[in-house]
Write a protein that binds this ligand. Structure first.
Ligand SMILES: *Cc1c(COP(=O)(O)O)cnc(C)c1O
Length: 430
C-alpha cells in the first residue's frame, strides 16, 4: 500500500477496496484528459495574451471608491474580458451581484415595452422565470409589457427549427439561449450548435439581438458564443470565469451598443460604464480569470470521474463519461432520496469549509419540493467550488459541479462514494 492510499484510509476512512475501485475508474478516463489539457492550455494562452495586449499592470489592482470615475483597472479588465471572449466590449462588475442579475441587466437594458423575448431552447433557468414573468413577480419584464415566447427542444434534445421559424415575428427583439443544461435533464448545447442556431435566427430576422446565458460554459470549449455570432454572452463570476477567486460579480460581453445599453440599466441612463467603484476587487477578478481555465479543467475531470463511477454502478448519468462536454455540470439519477442525501452529505464531508456540517433537505422558497445542497465553499454559493444539489423528487437527480482542483474534486467524490457505502446505499463487487 503506497503512502497516498494509506493516508486516505487513515485520515478520510476511504477503504482500500473503494480506492482500488476508483483507481480503476481513473485509469479508464485518463485517456480523455489529453484533449481537456490541450483545451486548457489553449484557453490559458488566450487569457495570458489578452492580459499582455492590454498591458495589465500593478496600477490596475488599485482600489477606487465613491463614483469610481477613471477606474483604469476596471476599464482594462473589461477590455481583457472582451478580448478573451472575442467581443467588442465588456461590462465586468462587482455591482452585478449574480448571474441572474447580469442576465436581468442585459434583458432590461435592451428590451423596450412592446418587444418580445424568445427562448428557442425551452424553459430558461429557474430564477429567470421570475425575471421574465413566466412566474408572476413584481417588476418582471411582463409588467413592462414585454412579452415572452418559448419553443421547447424536441423529444431527443435537439433544436426545433421549424417552430422557431414560426415563433419569430415583427415583435421579436431579443433571443435568449441557455448554453448549459442548468438544473434540467437535457443535453448542454455546444458552442457550434449555438452558432448554427444564431445563424438560422439571423437569416429570418437579422436585427434580433441574440443573447447567450453562458453560465457554467466558459472555457469548457476553445471558442465562446460571442465568437460564433452571439451579440451578448452573460455569466457569473462565482462560476467558471471567476476561477474561484472572484468573491462576487457578473459579466456581460458582446457588441458595444448592447453592452452599453446594459450599462445604462446597471447604473443610470447617461452614466453607463463611466461609474462604479471596484473597492479593491479588481486584482482578484484578474487573477481569478487567469486561473479559470485550470479550475474549469479540474471541474471537468471531476465530472467525468463521477460520471464513470455512477455509470459503472448502474445509475443513469448525463452526460455519459465518454461524451464530449459543453459545461461543467454532471447530472446523476440517484434512484431514491436516501441515495441523494448520502451522496450530498458525503460531498459536504469532503469540503475544505464546513466539512463538519450535515446538510439536510429543506423547503427552499421558490421550489415545489425539499432541496438538499452540499456547499462547503470559500465563497458563499460558489458553484465553481465542488458542490452538489438536488430537489428531493423522482427521478432523484443530483447535480454535481465544480472543484477548484482536479485532486480535490476527485477526493470529494471518493468521500461521497464511501459515505454511500457506509450508509449501505452502495455495495462494491469483489
Ligand atoms: C447559475 C445559473 C444562472 C443564474 O446564476 P446565479 O448566479 O445563481 O443567479 C443562470 N443560468 C444558468 C444556466 C445558470 O447555471
Amino acid at each position: 500500500m503506497d503512502f497516498l492510499t494509506q493516508y486516505m484510509e487513515k485520515e478520510f476512512h476511504i477503504h482500500k477496496k473503494t480506492q482500488q475501485f476508483c483507481a480503476n475508474i481513473e485509469k479508464e478516463i485518463t485517456p480523455l484528459f489529453h484533449e481537456i489539457d490541450r483545451n486548457t492550455e489553449y484557453n490559458q494562452a488566450k487569457v495570458l495574451r489578452a492580459m499582455q495586449k492590454n498591458r495589465v499592470s500593478d496600477i490596475h489592482f488599485a482600489a477606487t471608491t465613491g463614483y469610481g470615475y477613471n477606474d483604469m483597472g476596471r476599464d482594462t479588465l473589461e477590455q481583457v474580458y472582451a478580448d478573451v471572449f472575442g467581443a467588442e466590449a465588456g461590462l465586468v462588475r462587482p455591482q452585478l451581484i449574480s448571474g441572474t442579475h447580469a442576465l436581468t441587466v442585459a434583458l432590461f437594458g435592451n428590451l423596450r415595452p412592446g418587444d418580445e423575448l424568445l427562448s428557442p431552447v425551452g424553459k430558461p433557468y429557474d430564477t429567470l422565470e421570475g425575471v421574465i414573468g413566466i412566474r408572476d413577480t413584481v417588476g418582471s419584464l411582463k409588467e413592462y409589457n414585454i412579452t415572452y415566447r418559448q419553443v421547447d427542444l424536441l423529444e431527443d434534445g435537439s433544436i426545433d427549427y421549424e417552430n422557431i421559424k414560426k415563433a419569430i415575428t415583427s415583435k421579436t427583439k431579443m433571443v435568449t439561449i441557455q448554453r448549459s443544461k442548468g438544473y434540467e435533464w437535457r443535453p448542454t448545447l455546444s458552442v457550434k450548435e449555438i452558432g448554427t442556431l444564431i445563424q438560422f435566427i439571423k437569416s429570418i430576422k437579422p436585427d434580433v439581438i441574440c443573447m447567450v446565458d453562458n453560465c457554467y460554459g466558459e472555457f469548457v470549449d476553445v471558442i465562446e458564443p460571442t465568437e460564433v455570432g452571439a451579440d451578448l454572452a452573460v455569466g457569473s463570476l462565482i462560476k467558471n470565469p471567476g476561477g474561484g477567486l472572484a468573491p462576487i460579480g457578473g459579466y456581460i460581453v458582446g457588441r458595444e451598443q448592447y453592452v452599453e445599453n446594459s450599462a445604462y440599466r446597471l447604473t443610470a441612463p447617461g452614466l453607463g460604464k463611466e461609474v462604479g467603484a471596484t473597492l479593491g476587487l479588481t486584482q482578484s477578478f484578474f487573477q481569478g480569470l487567469f486561473l479559470a481555465p485550470q479550475v474549469v479543467s479540474g471541474s471537468i475531470k471531476g465530472a467525468i470521474f463521477a460520471a464513470k463511477i455512477f455509470e459503472s454502478l448502474g445509475f443513469e448519468v448525463m452526460p455519459h463519461s465518454m461524451e464530449k462536454r459543453h459545461d461543467i455540470i454532471q447530472a446523476i439519477q440517484m434512484q431514491n432520496s436516501e441515495n441523494v442525501i448520502a451522496f450530498c452529505q458525503g460531498i459536504q464531508k469532503g469540503a475544505p469549509v464546513d466539512s463538519f456540517v450535515k446538510p439536510e433537505p429543506w423547503d427552499m422558497p421558490g421550489y415545489d419540493c425539499p432541496v438538499i445542497m452540499a456547499a462547503g465553499s470559500f465563497i458563499q454559493g460558489s458553484s465553481i467550488e465542488l458542490s452538489a444539489d438536488a430537489p428531493i423528487k423522482p427521478p432523484y437527480t443530483v447535480f454535481l459541479q465544480g472543484g477548484l482542483s482536479w485532486h480535490h474534486a476527485k477526493m470529494g467524490i471518493m468521500i461521497a462514494l464511501q459515505n454511500m457505502i457506509n450508509e449501505g446505499r452502495i455495495h462494491l463487487k469483489k
